[in-house]
Write a protein that binds this ligand. Structure first.
Ligand SMILES: [Mn+2]
Length: 432
């Protein structure tokens, strides 16, 4: 007997992968875990007649000879098939898109870091010329949309868009997708969001702006992860965490959401025994108190040293400067010659101002070209230190709408970050 299993807490990508795999492996039995996301649960209750699955609970593991895993690559993510782990005669296939290395060692695998596992299966269905119905196409597209944030997450690849385009050709229904992917947000979720906002702790760690909120909840609350996403958006921080204690079950759920590429929440959650990816992660911790978890969490964040780009990597140096007494006409020719759009003004070692090409537009009388730079420079210079994070430096550039940001350490200008450096950062270009 061959079975197909997705990861537990089935989301749309997992469900879509399960259904797509059952078309690729028509002999196999698709199995549904008991833990299912609320959106998927309501989708399944409407589509009960179309999508039917056996449950893992009723399975006789002894009769299983072959296992197809979709949208997962670690045993811990699967439900009820643990005993199969030991079986050496078991044939395993894996279809997965998670970039981290798993502990399931398949005989055959399709593992590529695309935005959604559904993409891999849709590609396979397409090349095998398997016909898919509009309802199946809708489900598969919901899988891709969910895992790629409607094709906007940085993990999205061209392959996801091609698969999405193919599914639209196969009459996937975008109106249905909008309805089924709507976050669970009712009075219960609203109450939790408001409580999180009322009791928020702001932290600054490793240059990231973070927010954390702890609270007690009772029983299972669907859509908690979505509430943490909303919370992060409202408090407008780089990273947000919610610690939810369910006293009755004696456990705490930690949910993290990150809005910056350089902070991988999944990596921090893995330290705490959970998992996830760069933007989203969670961990379930038994018999712990929320304060202890908060301490553990801040330690995990402090130990987290994946700072891919630092100010010192991004800034230009040495910094060319002009003196306050340099005549404007000389400044103009230096700017032309060097191709700069502006320069810092230094009096010896001291930073006294900043002057840009735009200031040249202020010169309307010929005589002004002989005037010194200090007559036109801006004296209020906004600077950063090498201790600032790149994200902070970018925020300062944008907030003040300035073209360049001197980097100052011990009263000395050691470098400068310009708009073009910002472009390098945003677009991940390799600095020359
Ligand atoms: Mn997935």
């Amino acid at each position: 007997m061959q079975i197909i299993v997705p990861h537990k807490n089935v989301d749309f990508d997992a469900l879509a992968s399960l259904v797509a795999a059952s078309l690729l492996y028509p002999e196999a039995t698709p199995l549904m875990p008991t833990s299912v996301n609320p959106n998927v649960r309501s989708f399944l209750s409407i589509h009960k007649d179309i999508f039917t699955f056996d449950t893992i609970k009723n399975l006789d593991l002894a009769s299983v000879t072959s296992l197809v895993v979709v949208d997962a690559n670690r045993w811990i993510r699967l439900e009820g098939v643990g005993p199969l782990m030991e079986r050496e005669d078991l044939e395993v296939h894996v279809w997965d898109h998670h970039p981290e290395i798993g502990d399931i060692h398949p005989a055959w695998a399709c593992q590529d870091a695309v935005g959604a596992a559904s993409t891999l299966l849709v590609e396979a269905l397409r090349s095998a010329c398997v016909e898919i119905s509009p309802i199946q196409s809708t489900l598969f597209l919901a899988g891709i949309y969910e895992d790629t944030g409607h094709l906007t997450f940085p993990s999205t690849t061209a392959r996801d868009l091609r698969a999405a385009a193919y599914l639209l050709e196969k009459h996937a229904d975008l109106k249905v997708i909008q309805t089924i992917l709507r976050p669970t947000y009712g009075p219960k979720q609203k109450d939790i969001l408001f409580r999180m906002l009322a009791d928020t702790k702001r932290i600054k760690l490793n240059g990231y702006r973070m927010s954390l909120s702890k609270m007690d909840i009772e029983g299972h609350v669907p859509g908690l992860a979505e509430v943490v996403s909303m919370y992060r958006n409202v408090v407008n921080v780089d990273v947000a965490f919610g610690i939810f204690r369910d006293a009755r079950k004696d456990r705490c759920m930690v949910i993290g959401r990150s809005g910056v590429d350089s902070f991988d929440v999944g990596a921090v959650m893995r330290v705490m025994g959970g998992g996830g990816h760069a933007g989203a992660g969670s961990a379930m911790i038994k018999s712990a108190n929320p304060d202890g978890i908060e301490t553990w969490l801040s330690e995990a964040i402090q130990d987290y040293r994946q700072l891919p780009v630092q100010i010192s990597d991004l800034m230009s140096f040495p910094v060319d400067s002009v003196s306050p007494d340099t005549p404007m006409e000389e400044l103009a020719s230096i700017l032309d010659e060097k191709g700069y759009s502006g320069m810092v003004v230094m009096e010896g070692e001291k930073l006294v101002g900043i002057i840009s090409r735009r200031d040249l537009n202020k010169l309307n009388k010929k005589i002004q070209w002989k005037s010194p730079v200090k007559a036109f420079m801006s004296r209020k210079v906004i600077t950063v230190t090498p201790m600032h994070s790149v994200a902070e430096a970018m925020r300062i550039l944008i907030k003040h709408d300035i073209g360049r940001l001197p980097v100052v350490e011990n009263d000395r200008v050691i470098g400068i970050i310009s708009r073009s450096d910002a472009m390098i950062y945003y677009y991940d270009l390799i600095p020359e």
